[in-house]
Design a protein around this ligand. Structure first.
Ligand code: RAM
Length: 323
């Protein structure tokens, strides 16, 4: 007799590559954990590749190797929206299934994107937060990841749009700085912001690496009361700063679940349960049924994880050991 469990567990019998933006980022380690959980539970093998630097050329070199290795699927958090297109199209022409997650490639370079949460909401909520923290007036700066990162750039577009509303007329965005998701560079960029803008009232860091670096600088310099900080942070890295008040509150989604949904999507594409067309549905393991939908911009398709979650003193202890 068939064992139902055995049948369900034999869905993935190939290699599934996860390519992230860069090495040494704890957020990406959590994404990896979830991706591996989904793929390995179904019998697949995971290849994890993290370039030393968050560059396009490093990701292209990795994609070329993965094509030679004949992996079944490439899932990528992209360092550039358009520049990976020739390499990823070459992969798809060889029959490799391609999806982006976290940071998208353009629709011609992928079959589907796995999106963490509504980018418009992620962008706007961070302006609303900093405005509340600084009492609606003063200079603010954004400390981002790389200048080409698709996810951060999209969120920043919505931040700038939110800032156009009359209620923010006394807030001035003085600079968008790039810490490249490297800890030392993010620290140096924060220091430079403080030096260049002595009247700075707030920093938004829509990157887990950036917000942790900025929090460390503000904390070491005892500037927690003078300069507000919010953005997207990992509870495990930010708990001490949330508790000390250096960052009153911040947002994120579950990076393990993001990786898990990426892994389930990879297996579904590999088995041709989905092809990335609008309206397709599939069972994403412990996340239940998921649907392929059109993106907000109407270009290409995506699968949505959920909503951004707010972390503050009231709930940080529950989450700091989870991710
Ligand atoms: C960093 C990376 C990642 C982003 C998070 C919020 O870890 O830039 O791409 O989604 O921050």
């Amino acid at each position: 007799m068939f064992s139902v469990v055995g049948f369900a567990a034999a869905q993935a019998d190939g290699t599934y590559a996860l390519v992230v933006k860069s090495a040494g980022n704890p957020f990406m380690e959590r994404v990896r954990e979830g991706f591996a959980e989904a793929v390995e539970a179904q019998g697949g093998e995971v290849i994890y590749r993290a370039p030393a630097e968050p560059t396009v050329s490093a990701q292209i070199a990795i994609i070329e190797q993965l094509i030679t290795q004949r992996v079944n699927v490439i899932a990528i958090a992209a360092n550039d929206r358009d520049a990976l297109q020739p390499a990823l199209q070459r992969a798809m022409n060889r029959g490799i299934k391609v999806l982006s997650l976290d940071s998208a490639v353009n629709p011609q370079s992928r079959m589907v994107h796995v999106n963490q949460a509504d980018p418009e909401l992620i962008g706007r909520v961070q302006i609303q937060a900093i405005s509340e923290m600084i009492g609606g007036e003063g200079q603010i700066a954004i400390l981002s990841a790389t200048s080409q990162a698709t996810n951060q750039n999209l969120w920043i577009e919505y931040m700038k749009d939110e800032l156009k509303k009359p209620k923010y007329e006394d807030i001035e965005l003085v600079r968008v700085a790039y810490g490249d998701d490297l800890r030392d560079k993010s620290v140096a960029e924060t220091e430079a912001l403080l030096q260049t803008y002595p009247d700075l009232k707030g920093i938004i860091a829509p990157t887990t690496v950036g917000i942790a670096a900025a929090a460390r600088v503000l904390s070491t310099r005892n500037l927690g009361d003078e300069i507000a900080l919010t953005g997207l942070g990992l509870p495990s890295e930010m708990a001490e700063y949330i508790k000390s008040g250096v960052c009153e509150w911040m947002y994120l989604w579950n990076p393990i679940d993001l990786g898990y949904l990426g892994g389930e999507t990879a297996v579904a594409l590999d088995n041709e349960v989905i092809t990335g067309e609008v309206g397709e549905t599939f069972e994403a393991g412990r996340l239940g049924e998921r649907k392929v939908v059109e993106t907000l911009s109407g270009e290409g398709t995506e699968i949505m994880l959920g909503e951004p979650f707010k972390f503050d003193k009231s709930n940080i202890d529950e989450w700091k050991d989870v991710y």
